[in-house]
Design a protein around this ligand. Structure first.
Ligand SMILES: *[C@@H]1O[C@H](CO)[C@@H](O)[C@H](O)[C@H]1NC(C)=O
Ligand SMILES: *[C@@H]1O[C@H](CO)[C@@H](O)[C@H](O)[C@H]1NC(C)=O
Length: 649
């Protein structure tokens, strides 16, 4: 099957006359449908940075610059804007076009702080500056912002004015406050925060050295401050925790049960002290926790945590664990109590390099929190299942008048509840992925996954969750996991996109459903990317169908965005099997030879010319022909293809 397009530049004749010894090379792309033995895990479409720019579906932010660390974003869909926190800067961008009339605030660290930071041996460029780490909506007019302030965190308010009036964008420099326990000291450290009802929940290190880590609540309405944190005295509450994400999630219809869930990884010392490993965890606290009365004063009294497992069976029978949580994304469902939890994990091992995506349900997470507690007799003992008496109310339950009129607040908890939770913050059972193992994995590749965003897409033949996965080399993978017969899943990599010119760790991804755009932040830049570029799959029904992209369908003329509301006729799509025979059997031009995708490159004799020999579509092949000036016929070139290089013979 050959699909075609003529890309000959208009200036061809002009060039032709200018150079005598001109050599013309033309390229024919053959699209070969691969049925049955489709190459697993090879992206259907691989676009370089240049290809992406040409496709008009990716716009780099012009304010980008090396080392600016675009790692904090705040999306405001309603007003169509994005706040972006970077090194010494906060930007205000339009979601439609990030380069149109953007505004910025310059907020460097205090000079004396920069000097002290450098004296402490930190790096002047990558550490001793004000890296913005918190951008949270505070009230109708103000956004709360915190920066690392050269290892001396500072917070303040940005005035954005009232909606629909002229946009303000001003940092209130008269009311800056300490950012300790709200914002990390170290710009590189993973960190999570969320603001709800004017309270800020943060998981971070509390000091310069980053040894003590805490999950805290601060701020709040003026009449009702309840600063509260995790207990420090007990070793196993948190141990060098790196916080990845935190979210308010209601547990039942009773608002008293509302909880804050947080996801993190931490060191674990099991049994012997030498046996130190990293574990990933989910933790939770009640929103209405105000601490204990006689013990655990201003400390959480409802804190519990459980282990998140993401593993595959190894060749030797023992499981291989992806233990280091890198990112969490909650895919909303119709029920706000039950978002789907997507996690990106990497391995700790230096021998076995890999990343995986594991998916969890809130029901499974709650079941583990409702299950047995873990018990550790002393530092030398292992964790075992706690079999003793459990005090009332069950530790970890939120206080609620509707359940027990005598327990209106956590201060009313009996002493045995408080002392129990102090010693038993860990659940005995672990949370396993809904399908038992990873939904997607990448093993033995020279990059790691760092970020995830998921979009629920309605296609002609079903509903699909499309994952956008950021890597540490500046690429984004677009992946769909398709369930087949007998619970079997098929991973289909739709696209591999080079978002940034240079390989740069992707630090943040924000999804705008309204704009159908992703906003991708890295060490050196920010870019906006369309969720789909259907026309790049090709100009024929078969290409569109083979792509298996839930966003795209053949509309009779082109491969275009599929909208479930549009008239059903003539929309051809087969995400599940990608079989062009059933979808495009009656469409003639898809089997015509004349329409082959053709590209012309001019070369000068005895000089070298670069010929692309790896097709963008991994299921296509490229042929080059040589045609000398004046000649009528073309001669096929034999090219030796050695992975990335082509040699002319
Ligand atoms: C929002 O908070 C800021 C900072 O505390 C305050 O100055 C402002 O008046 C508040 N705005 C509204 C609408 O409550
Ligand atoms: C060969 O190509 C290079 C770069 O395109 C150019 O600078 C050079 O002049 C060319 N040599 C000849 C002999 O045309």
């Amino acid at each position: 099957m050959i699909v075609t397009k003529d890309e000959r530049p208009k200036s061809r004749n002009h060039d032709f006359y200018l150079f005598h010894a001109l050599m013309m090379l033309s390229m024919t792309m053959l699209f070969l449908p691969v049925t049955g033995t489709s190459k697993q895990n090879i992206p259907r479409l691989k676009l370089t940075y240049k290809d992406l720019l040409l496709s008009n579906s990716c716009i780099p932010f012009l304010g980008s610059s090396e080392g600016l660390d675009f790692q904090t974003t705040l999306l405001d869909e309603e007003r169509g804007r994005l706040l972006l926190g970077a090194k010494d800067h906060i930007f205000l961008l339009s979601l439609v076009d990030i380069n149109k009339n953007f505004k910025k605030i310059y907020w460097p660290a205090a000079k004396e702080r920069v000097e002290l930071c450098k004296l402490a041996g930190k790096d002047a460029n990558t550490e001793c500056a004000n890296f913005i780490r918190v951008l949270q909506p505070y009230n109708k007019t103000h956004v709360y912002v915190c920066g690392t302030g050269a290892f001396h965190p500072v917070c303040g308010y940005i005035d954005l004015g009232i909606y629909k009036e002229e946009v303000m964008f001003k940092l209130d420099t008269h009311h800056l406050e300490s950012g300790r326990l709200k914002c990390p000291f170290d710009p590189q450290q993973p960190f999570a925060s969320v603001m709800t009802d004017e309270y800020l929940y943060s998981g971070t290190a509390s000091d310069f050295l980053g040894k003590d880590t805490a999950f805290t609540r601060s701020l709040g309405p003026t009449h009702d401050h309840h600063y509260i944190r995790t207990d420090i005295s007990e070793h196993h509450w948190l141990n060098g925790a790196k916080f990845i994400g935190t979210f308010p999630i209601p547990d039942t219809y009773n608002p008293d049960d509302d909880k804050i869930y947080f996801f993190f990884r931490e060191s674990s010392q099991e049994g012997s002290t030498s046996d130190k490993t990293i574990l990933s965890r989910v933790g939770r606290v009640c929103k209405n926790d105000v601490g204990g009365q006689r013990s655990l004063i201003n400390k959480w009294t409802t804190f519990l945590k459980a282990r998140l497992i993401c593993s595959i069976p190894g060749s030797d029978g023992a499981d291989t664990y992806f233990d280091e949580l890198q990112d969490i994304y909650l895919l909303p469902t119709r029920d706000e109590r039950n978002p789907v939890v997507y996690g990106v994990f990497t391995t700790t091992s230096s021998i076995f390099k890999g990343s995986a995506v594991c998916v969890y349900s809130m029901a499974d997470i709650r079941a583990v929190f409702n299950g047995p507690y873990a018990h550790k007799e002393s530092a030398d003992h292992r964790w075992v299942q706690y079999d003793g008496r459990i005090p009332y109310p069950r530790p970890g339950t939120c206080p609620s008048k509707t359940y027990d009129p005598l327990i209106k607040s956590t201060r009313d908890f009996p002493d045995d509840v408080i002392s129990f939770i102090k010693r038993h913050p860990v659940m005995y059972k672990s949370v396993y992925p809904v399908v038992g193992g990873p939904t997607f994995k990448r093993i033995n590749v020279d990059y790691r996954l760092t970020q995830i965003v998921v979009d629920h897409v309605v296609a002609e033949d079903g509903q699909y969750d499309v994952m956008f996965l950021g890597t540490d080399v500046g690429t984004v993978l677009k992946v769909v996991s398709i369930s087949k017969e007998k619970w079997k899943m098929e991973e289909v990599v739709l696209e591999e996109l080079h978002i940034f010119k240079h390989s740069s760790v992707i630090l943040n991804m924000e999804l705008s459903l309204k704009q159908q755009q992703l906003y991708i932040g890295s060490r050196d830049g920010l870019a906006q990317l369309s969720l789909h570029r259907c026309d790049t799959y090709g100009k024929a029904c078969a290409d569109c169908c083979l792509a298996r992209d839930p966003y795209c369908a053949w509309d009779g003329n082109a491969c275009s965005r599929y909208a479930p509301t549009s008239k059903r006729r003539a929309r051809r799509q087969d995400v599940k099997y990608g079989d062009p025979i059933t979808q495009c059997w009656d469409i003639e031009d898809s089997i015509s030879h004349e329409a082959a995708d053709e590209k012309v490159i001019f070369g000068i004799e005895f000089n070298s010319t670069f010929l692309e020999c790896i097709p963008k579509s991994q299921q296509a092949s490229i042929k080059w022909y040589i045609q000398r000036s004046g000649d009528e016929y073309r001669e096929e070139l034999y090219i030796v293809q050695d992975m990335q290089y082509c040699f002319l013979n």
